[in-house]
Structure formats: structure tokens, C-alpha cells
Design a protein around this ligand. Structure first.
Ligand code: FAD
Ligand code: FO1
Length: 423
């Protein structure tokens, strides 16, 4: 268990349970807590560990042992499998470099089968498409053609016959030994774990899904689901969310708009990271974007900021500073503001490459849903035109789609948003 940190609606766990039954073998769920993870600070570990503690309790209720190994996963997991004389290993799927590195190194050491199950996507990433897709327009029909096969109800996870004898995980000592950067503290507006995720989904479907199609672009409207941190840590299943939304009585246009984001945009991001090895760098953006940004690389930058100035919301623009404060304080920027936030980093950085790195650094450090394919792809879309098309040419941006505060003011009450994130 790595990416999909939940017991129910988890295809990787259901498959492992099935194999245990077929092989008449016990089943142990293992999470390897790496010494560090892409620089994630305390905010993320707090959210994740709280969720894992629920996983531990849920599994115990099914007589399934949960083990948390602290060490480099590439050493801890093979050693554990050997000690337990495991017959096979099942893991969940992620397209990120770190996850692939771990799995390749582990596969090389194992002498038993290793199965990888995509428990994160509705249509498994490698079935939606076997190549890098150009845009939502090209991947949408491929996903829709397969949705029927995959948008199915989940079977229940059967308990094991005997409760495990092993002792409980020492959660207190794990938190004490954790040395995650406390300068990015846990958030308090969003509770972690599968129960909080289910409550968040229910209140979204009941109170916010109607009107989502239009309201989702207004950061003052509190119209979005706030499910992304739960999805990032796998504390809720996208497939489960999709079925709940489809069953709801919200207007068709709102359900469609939400499912387009949850299924098509999210799986497009997965595709980008799965088939573009430079997904987290400027190198990965399309040639047309590289050419147009290079052509404008010597354009005069009216404003220039360093990553520290961006981080401290110390730019000349109150709207951008407010978005950065939202990120730092709440661990999330509203979807519409996120595009504007990244595009201004492009406009006010020395080079587009530097802008790309600054956006990733800030997003991964502060965003609870960061270190995620959606983030790398969202930044590549904003700064590098990935999955977008060329727009009217202008200074600095070239043909990359432009956004500014006036455009925002046409969409929503900018002063209200700025006032909300004053300090
Ligand atoms: P809702 O509008 O309620 O959407 C529900 C779900 O649909 C989201 O949780 C997400 O899984 C999916 N979704 C929505 N919009 C997108 C999108 N544009 N691309 C892919 N999936 C989408 N998303 C992250 O999960 N982590 C990130 O680090 C992240 N960084 C981003 C950076 C930039 C510059 C941009 C432009 C977008 C980024 N996104 C990221 C995508 C999107 O902004 C967030 O997924 C969304 O705002 C999450 O909030 P929500 O769950 O309340 O959204
Ligand atoms: N997954 C793990 O298997 N071990 C970890 O130690 C771990 C830490 C972690 C910290 C922050 C964060 O955002 C995610 C983290 N993950 C960890 C889960 C992670 O989402 C996935 O395993 C990878 O991102 C692959 O997608």
C-alpha cells in the first residue's frame, strides 16, 4: 500500500485478498514510510499518518494485519517479504518517478511475483491509452469507451478467518521519530482520513454539486469539492466518488462538469506523467511552447521576483499575493486561481525554466494535494501549454494562454477574495 491508502473500494487490496484466498495464505498490508518524500513537510505527514491510523484500525477489524516499515522502501519491503516467506506481493500504481524507482528496485530483489494494480484511476492508466495523449479531446473518447467496464460496484473486502497475533503499530513513536519540517504545520479546516473524506463527499453532493458547472470558477463561492487531498493520499476512491455523483439528483450539466474534471482531466494528468518522463520539468513541454517562450526569453520583464519573494507573497499584485497566502495557510489554492497563480510566476520570473521550478517547489511544499500528477500537469498546462493550444502572441508569454487580474475581475469579486486572504 503506497498511493491508495484506504481499505474499502481499493482494487489492489481486493486483488491481494483474492490471491490470499486462492493460495490459502494469510494477507498482510504493508506501508513503507520513507525517511523523506519529495521534501514533504509535517503538514502532509500529519494528514497521511492520521489516515493510515484509520487504515490500521479498519484492517484490524477484518483480521488483517497492518505493518508500517520505517526505512527506505527498496530495502525494507524485500527484507520483510523474505522474513515473512511471502508467496507474492501486490502493490498499487503511480506514474511518479519516485514510485517507479521504488518498484523497479524492489522487483529486482524479489524472487516471487509482484503484481501492480491501478487502484487510483477508474479506467486503468495503461488501458485508457498506451501513449502520450495530446489533450482532453483525444483521451476523452478512449476513456468513455471503457467507462462501462470499469465504473462498476466494488465487492466487499472479506475478513481473514483468524485475527493476527502481531502487536499493534506504535503510532506515537512513529510520530515522535518523524523529522518532517514543522514550519509547514498541519491544516485545521480539513480533517484527514476516510471518514472525513466520506463526509466531505456527502456534503459536496448534497449542497454544492448543483451549480458546480458555473460556480466552480468563483473562488468566493465555496463551490468545489475539496476532495483533492483525499484523492492524493488515496483516502477516497475516485470510482466511488463518480458513482455517488452519477446517482445524485443534481442537474445533468453539473454532474457532467464534475465528472469531466474527476475522470477526464485527472486521467489525462496521469497519462502525462505515465508517458512523459520529463513531466516534472520544463523539458517536458511541447516544442511549440518551447519555441514561443524562447523567442520571448529576452523580452523585458516588468517585474522580477525570487522564489523567496513569491513564497512570502511579496509581489506588487494583491490578487497574486492572496492566492499564495491561500496556498500557504490552507494548503490549497482554488482551481481557478491556481492557473492565474502559475501564469504570473511565468510572467515575473527570470526564465520560463525557473518559473516552472518555482511553481513546482511552492506547490509541492505547501499544497496538501501536491506531489501529484495533477500538480505537475497543471503547472505544465499553465506555464508550458501542455494539453492547451497556442493563443495570441504577446510579450514574455509568447503564444502561451494569458491570464491577468482584469480577467479574474470579470469572473468574480476580486476584492472579496483578496480581503479573505489578507494576511
Ligand atoms: P474539484 O473542482 O472539486 O474537482 C474534483 C476533482 O477533479 C479534483 O480533486 C481533481 O482530482 C480533479 N480535477 C479537478 N480539476 C482538475 C484539473 N485541472 N486537472 C486534473 N484533475 C482535476 N490538482 C491536484 O490534485 N494537486 C495539485 O497539486 C494540483 N496543482 C495544480 C496546479 C496548477 C497550476 C493547476 C492549474 C491545477 C492544479 N491542480 C492540482 C488541478 C486542480 O486545480 C485541482 O485538482 C483542484 O483544484 C482540486 O480541488 P477540488 O478537489 O476541490 O476540485
Ligand atoms: N508513499 C509511500 O509509500 N511512502 C511514503 O513514505 C510516502 C510519503 C508521502 C509523503 C507525502 C505525500 O504527498 C505522499 C507520500 N506518499 C508516500 C504517498 C504517495 O502519494 C505515493 O506513494 C507516491 O506519490 C506515488 O504516487
Amino acid at each position: 500500500m503506497s498511493r491508495d491508502q484506504r481499505v474499502r473500494q481499493n482494487w489492489a487490496l481486493l486483488f491481494a485478498r483474492h490471491k490470499a484466498a486462492v493460495m490459502q495464505q494469510p494477507l498482510v498490508v504493508v506501508f513503507t514510510l520513507a525517511p523523506s518524500f519529495l521534501g514533504a513537510p509535517l503538514r502532509h505527514y500529519d494528514f497521511m499518518l492520521n489516515g493510515l491510523q484509520e487504515v490500521d484500525a479498519d484492517l484490524r477489524g477484518l483480521n488483517i494485519l497492518f505493518m508500517l516499515l520505517q526505512n527506505e522502501p527498496t530495502e525494507a519491503l524485500p527484507r520483510f517479504a523474505a522474513t515473512m516467506k511471502a508467496g507474492l506481493v501486490v502493490t498499487d500504481y503511480s506514474p511518479l518517478h519516485i514510485s517507479r524507482r521504488w518498484k523497479n528496485a524492489i522487483a529486482e530483489q524479489l524472487t516471487i511475483p509482484l503484481y501492480e494494480v491501478d487502484a487510483h484511476n477508474i479506467v486503468p492508466c495503461w488501458m485508457a491509452s498506451q501513449k502520450l495523449e495530446y489533450s482532453a479531446r483525444t483521451i476523452r473518447p478512449k476513456i468513455n469507451a471503457l467507462l462501462g467496464n470499469f465504473l462498476t460496484p466494488f465487492p466487499e473486502l472479506e475478513p481473514l478467518p483468524m485475527p493476527p497475533q502481531e502487536p499493534l503499530v506504535e503510532w506515537k513513536s512513529i510520530r515522535q521519530k518523524l523529522h518532517a519540517d514543522p514550519s509547514v504545520p498541519p491544516v485545521n479546516w480539513l480533517l484527514p482520513g476516510k471518514k472525513a473524506a466520506a463526509d466531505c463527499l456527502n456534503s459536496f453532493v448534497q449542497h454544492k454539486l448543483s451549480g458546480y458547472a458555473v460556480q466552480r470558477n468563483d473562488p468566493n463561492a465555496d463551490a468545489i469539492s475539496n476532495l483533492s487531498p483525499y484523492l492524493h493520499f488515496g483516502q477516497i476512491s475516485a470510482q466511488f466518488i463518480a458513482t455517488k455523483v452519477m446517482e445524485s439528483y443534481a442537474p445533468e450539466e453539473d454532474r457532467k462538469a464534475f465528472l469531466e474534471e474527476l475522470i477526464v482531466r485527472r486521467e489525462l494528468s496521469e497519462n502525462y506523467c505515465a508517458y512523459n518522463e520529463h513531466y516534472d520539468s520544463y523539458e517536458g513541454i511541447p516544442n511549440w511552447a518551447k519555441e514561443t517562450l524562447a523567442k520571448h526569453s529576452s523580452d523585458k520583464r516588468e517585474y522580477l521576483y525570487t522564489v523567496e519573494e513569491f513564497e512570502r507573497s511579496a509581489t506588487h499584485e494583491p490578487l497574486w499575493n492572496a492566492a499564495q497566502r491561500e496556498l500557504v495557510q490552507s494548503g490549497k489554492i482554488h482551481g481557478y486561481m491556481r492557473m492565474y497563480w502559475a501564469k504570473k510566476i511565468l510572467e515575473w520570473s527570470r526564465t520560463p525554466m525557473e518559473a516552472f521550478d518555482i511553481a513546482i517547489a511552492l506547490n509541492d511544499r505547501y499544497a496538501l494535494d501536491g506531489r501529484d500528477p495533477n500538480g505537475y500537469t497543471g503547472i505544465a498546462w499553465s506555464i508550458g501549454g501542455v494539453h492547451d493550444r497556442p493563443w495570441f502572441e504577446r510579450a514574455v508569454y509568447g503564444k502561451i494562454r494569458y491570464m491577468n487580474a482584469n480577467g479574474c475581475a470579470r469572473k468574480f469579486d476580486v476584492n472579496r477574495y483578496v480581503a479573505q486572504w489578507q494576511h
